[in-house]
Design a protein around this ligand. Structure first.
Ligand SMILES: [Zn+2]
Ligand SMILES: [Zn+2]
Length: 248
């Protein structure tokens, strides 16, 4: 009697946390809440966000042609001086993944961001487990933007990746000291200048000598992630790999 009561209570809680609507497209979901990696995505959205339709460059995660030779990078990153060593993406910024990112940006998006962090881990655990990371660090928002949004998407994603990897999550290791305008600059050098000096390492001890997994929601030109990675390396990080949910 008590057992079934508790079960009903637990089911009620699951329904509350994972309502029977897809977190991306909003349609009613048939079936359970994502199995081991619990999420509210319907089968179609889950398939769409976890099936990268293109090949991606292993160094900068940009979309490349199906037969491109990426052994020394791609047209986007060859000859560029990105501060990170490699980048992993869940997928390109299009379709349902783009819808998901836009939904995450509202205040109610934190739960969805956590779910997408689990989906990201589930889909890329092989790739991520192959590398030696010591700590996960999210790309921080400036405090004023964080205040407006209510949370930092990169932090919600990063927390789930750290849980999956079973390593430390240093959510405040990196700080954004300058509120940089959105990246609308026309040239690569203008974009680099825009983010120069934007970050500061607040806790060197948590990253010194470690392989860092730097997490962001969207990677556009790579200049923000690059500046964050350079800042981490100057403070003693051994290597920096970027995990971006979506790559433009
Ligand atoms: Zn859906
Ligand atoms: Zn590349």
């Amino acid at each position: 009697m008590l057992g079934s009561g508790l079960q009903a209570l637990a089911r009620g809680f699951v329904d509350l946390v994972f309502p029977n609507r897809c977190g991306v497209c909003g349609t009613d979901r048939a079936g359970g809440a994502g199995g081991e990696f619990r999420h509210s995505l319907c089968a179609e959205c889950h398939r769409a966000v976890t099936t990268d339709p293109h090949a991606a460059c292993p160094f900068c995660a940009a979309t490349v042609g199906p037969h491109a030779d990426t052994s020394t990078g791609c047209a986007t990153c060859r000859g560029s001086s990105f501060g990170f060593d490699a980048a992993v993406r869940l997928g390109p910024y299009e379709g349902q993944l783009r819808d998901a990112v836009l939904r995450m940006k509202s205040i109610a998006g934190e739960g969805l961001a956590e779910q997408l962090g689990r989906v990201f881990w589930e889909a890329r655990r092989g790739e991520l487990s192959n590398r030696r990371f010591g700590v996960v660090v999210p790309v921080p928002l400036h405090w004023s933007r964080r205040f407006t949004r209510g949370y930092n998407q990169a932090e919600a994603l990063g927390r789930e990746l750290a849980l999956g990897l079973g390593i430390a999550f240093a959510k405040s290791a990196l700080e954004r000291v300058r509120n940089t305008p959105q990246q609308g600059q026309p040239t690569a050098s203008a974009r680099r200048d825009n983010v120069k000096g934007a970050f500061r390492v607040a806790r060197c001890a948590s990253i010194a000598g470690k392989g860092v997994l730097l997490v962001d929601d969207v990677m556009t030109t790579g200049s923000t992630a690059s500046e964050a990675a350079k800042t981490l390396k100057l403070a003693g990080a051994e290597s920096v790999v970027v995990a971006a949910l979506a790559r433009r």
